[in-house]
Design a protein around this ligand. Structure first.
Ligand code: IMP
Length: 224
């Protein structure tokens, strides 16, 4: 108990989590993000599986750095960081837009795409760079990618990893008012709509995050 306390103040639930191994049911999980939309989306799906989700901000966990060149490394880093500071199992996601004609860019650097070219860190600047770089390109294919990492404790040697891809095409003019990030430029031929034209509930049921989360839930139920 003392040992765990030195790691950031443990409760009984945290001690239970420290001892957790593959196959043990998870009751309470910290989400390594403060994004309210993600919390709602993940909490709804995990709640149905009997898992309570708490945002890391509620436990005073600061945002972790995302220094790695791969999504999975960044997701694992964020999950370990939250687990280490709370003593609870932790779930993290990392996501981005991968465009074929740009050889996978902006990819893992999606949030900082414009900034990396000397612009500002904003959705508008990112979208402007995307449109410029794709000017005249006939291949408009791209997909959103999401990876989820769930660790039962900071040193979990068997993290659960799940991924989702949501395929679409990149528009050269924006459509729709919903969503965030690249959504107004991300067109879904099967729905004849951009991601920003979809009602949030529709996007949340079919997005890269939804696909990854369903895969994660399937893994958890396989383990149970
Ligand atoms: P993060 O994983 O929340 O840090 O997202 C990384 C970046 O990828 C975001 O800042 C967006 O630019 C982009 N992105 C990820 N998922 C989406 C999405 O569902 N819609 C629009 N942009 C997204």
């Amino acid at each position: 108990m003392n040992e765990v306390r030195q790691n950031g103040g443990a409760s009984q639930a945290q001690n239970d989590a420290q001892g957790a191994t593959s196959g043990m049911p998870l009751k309470k999980v910290v989400l390594a993000s403060n994004n309210a939309g993600k919390l709602r989306e993940f909490a709804a799906l995990l709640g149905a599986a009997g898992i309570e989700l708490i945002a890391q901000g509620e436990l005073n966990v600061p945002e972790a750095e995302e220094p790695h060149p791969t999504f999975v490394e960044n997701a694992l880093t964020k999950a370990r960081h939250a687990a280490k500071l709370t003593g609870l199992p932790a779930l993290a996601d990392d996501s981005g837009l991968c465009v074929r004609a740009l050889r996978g860019a902006p990819g893992v650097y999606s949030a900082r795409f414009a900034q990396l070219a000397g612009g500002e860190k904003s959705d508008a600047a990112n979208n402007a760079r995307l449109v410029t770089e794709l000017h005249g390109a006939s291949d408009r294919r791209g997909y959103y990618y999401c990876v989820l990492a769930l660790v039962r404790h900071a040193d979990d040697p068997e993290p659960l990893i799940a991924e989702g891809r949501w395929h679409g095409e990149i528009l050269d003019a924006p459509r729709g008012e919903h969503g965030f990030g690249y959504d107004p430029y991300f067109y879904l031929p099967s729905l004849n709509a951009s991601a920003a034209e979809l009602e949030p509930a529709v996007k949340n049921a079919s997005s890269h995050r939804a696909i990854a989360l369903r895969q994660l839930l399937a893994r958890l139920s396989e383990e149970a």
